[in-house]
Write a protein that binds this ligand. Sequence first.
Ligand code: IPM
Ligand code: MG
Length: 369
Amino acid sequence: MTYKLQILPGDGIGPEIMTEAEKIISWLNANKDIEIQTTRGLIGGAAIDEYGVPLSDETLEESRKSHAVLLGAVGGPKWADVEYTIRPEAGLLKIRKELGLFANLRPALVFDALVDASTLKPEIVKGLDILIVRELTGGVYFGQPRGIEDLGNGQRRGVNTQVYTTEEIQRVGRVAFELARKRGNKVTSCEKANVMESGKLWREDITSLHQAEYKDVTLEHMYADNCAMQLLRNPSQFDVIVTDNLFGDILSDEAAMLTGSLGMLPSASLGQPGSTGLYEPVHGSAPDIAGQGKANPLATILSLAMCLRYSFNRGDLASKIEDAVQTILNDGTRTPDIMAPGCTQTSTSGMGDALITQLEKTGKKEQAA
Ligand code: IPM
Ligand code: MG
């Protein structure tokens, strides 16, 4: 089967981590029964420099024509002062919105080999496997009215609007319940129903969806601030967390850090079944280390694995990549962000090469068997 994948490296470390993902794509094309046809485009600051906008219509058109998009990271100090609507981040928000990617899946998985990388005690995070499902195209990041108005008396007023409809809440809720059924069968839904109407609606709509279609899944409601606290106190109580755009942005960074390195965490953004999926590492563009070969490419490579699983229907190939990552980590291969005593430090490209070597090895073993 042939799949079209659009590659948008973006800014900062984006291009160098993407080079490593492209190595894996070439390896898959050469060695497995899959054909991934790639195109390349610009997003974020790179697109601003070239076209004056963070996501051009042509690039977006190409995204729509692809089965999936693999994105690096956007942003950097160079574009920090431009207007919100044409900032690098606006390109990211636009591609999510235009492709209708309302469900953002952010797994926080603690690899055994990295259990000491967490700032929490190993016994708290060992074996941790949480999936945050963040609503991605609604809420306060998109709500109208928004803006900064001049009150004329030397004062200004900044406004953003938190807004959700039943449809928006239930379609992301459905994704969370479906995924929970394939995992630990538990969903924790987070909002601030104690102070926000949109939170009260969220709770009611998730409850009625649960009653109507997912009674076999355990559902728990939690205030988002309590969830932030529980994630540090006893993270293994969670299986799937479903929450809105803003709380999901924050809670997913927190959950990510339980694992010790943002450099390890992939994400998938999905819309209606069959539509283009977007895959990107959870980390940012890290301009401070860009171009130095220090960045960890594993979050991007694991995002590619998620792409194989959710957009190309090849969970088998996804598992192969994930297993190979696990093995090279067990062997002590480390980029600087996850370096530990007794391990071997390597570069961005060294990590990609180690992974290819490992995939080759398991390939040979399979042939022999
Ligand atoms: C994320 C990022 C983005 C967001 C920014 C870069 C717009 O923080 O993907 O979590 O807020 O969604
Ligand atoms: Mg974020």
